[in-house]
Design a protein around this ligand. Structure first.
Ligand code: HEC
Ligand code: HEC
Ligand code: HEC
Ligand code: HEC
Length: 208
């Protein structure tokens, strides 16, 4: 029989500490997993995020009601894979909380719409930096046959050095133009018209 001999430095106290540490570690991982799980749900995100701009268009989108029933939730797209990465995203998302409390009043639909382009650009940048990793959880580029005859070719040729988000945006939320062609002036006039405000009112609201 093989007898396992403990190295001398492992005293009973060290052993106990290792075991307790292990148990606490597992407990903490379970807590993080549950925390990430809860804070990735639509119910959690829409506590804050506007219905008209974010959630309602999402519910009309192919990602909420696909023929196959494979639904993408807020967290599927916006929260990275893995407990540590996901927790980090939520930690960073903590600035959402800061902005919610100390920032402009995003519950006001006019304010939300005025600030939306920057939020959209920032979100697109997030996807680009991660090479659209969350998209690829579900989509395998080589397996996308699409509804147009040239989709396979486009993904083989044009998409070679590009990330999904560079070509596919405005998927599930109110539409915002690409940052390269975005004009603040046009956007403000559009918001004023939509909400029946006086010309110039949007610019004043943004200064605050
Ligand atoms: C406590 C309120 C609150 C919660 C909960 C919340 N957010 Fe936010 N979020 C905000 C505020 C405020 C902003 C900043 C305002 C803005 O830019 O529209 C923001 C900004 C964003 C942005 C803009 C892009 C960026 O990177 O800055 C994204 C994307 C986003 N949130 C996604 C989510 C998702 C997904 C969830 C759920 C996992 C979530 N938020 C939960 C309040 C919240
Ligand atoms: C299919 C992936 C996908 C899903 C599902 C998704 N988003 Fe997004 N989200 C995006 C992309 C891509 C952007 C970048 C802006 C754009 O092009 O629409 C974005 C942008 C945002 C923004 C920045 C402001 C804006 O509207 O552009 C917020 C806030 C946000 N998402 C919250 C949410 C919340 C809350 C949910 C769930 C109700 C959700 N997202 C579900 C992909 C997704
Ligand atoms: C949870 C899985 C999941 C995630 C995450 C996801 N998708 Fe999808 N996507 C789907 C499903 C399901 C459909 C519906 C069509 C289908 O069944 O093929 C779809 C449809 C699409 C379509 C065609 C329909 C349309 O709205 O234009 C595009 C383009 C697309 N996804 C791109 C993306 C991009 C880009 C991302 C990341 C920002 C993303 N998807 C994230 C599952 C997902
Ligand atoms: C160079 C730009 C480009 C890149 C990068 C790209 N696509 Fe596409 N994709 C297209 C074009 C163009 C189509 C043709 C159909 C269309 O016009 O909607 C398409 C079609 C699709 C479709 C089928 C839509 C339908 O209903 O027929 C899906 C799903 C899709 N792409 C997902 C992705 C995903 C996921 C990635 C990243 C792995 C990606 N694409 C990268 C340009 C691109």
């Amino acid at each position: 029989m093989i007898k396992i001999r403990m190295p001398l430095f492992i005293t009973r106290h060290v052993l106990l500490a290792l075991i307790l540490g292990g148990v606490a570690g597992i407990g903490f991982m379970v807590f993080l997993t549950e925390f990430d799980h809860f804070t990735s749900t639509e119910a959690f995100c829409t506590n804050c995020h506007s219905m008209e701009l974010v959630a309602e268009p999402y519910r009309e989108s192919a990602h909420f009601r696909p023929a196959s029933g494979v639904r993408a939730s807020c967290g599927d797209c916006h929260v990275s894979e893995g407990v540590f990465a996901a927790t980090w995203d939520h930690f960073i998302g903590g600035k959402d909380l800061y902005n919610q409390i100390f920032g402009p009043d995003y519950d006001d639909p006019v304010i939300a719409k005025l600030h939306m382009p920057e939020a959209a650009f920032s979100a697109r940048e997030w996807f680009k930096k991660r090479n659209s990793a969350t998209c690829k959880r579900c989509h395998v580029k080589e397996a996308i046959f699409g509804t147009r005859p040239d989709t396979v070719e486009i993904h083989k040729q044009d998409a070679k050095d590009k990330s999904c988000i560079e070509c596919h945006y405005n998927l599930v939320h109110a539409k915002v133009p690409a940052e390269s062609v975005f004009k603040r002036d046009e956007w403000n006039r559009m918001v004023e018209q939509e909400f029946g405000l006086k010309r110039g009112a949007a610019d004043k609201l943004l200064e605050k």
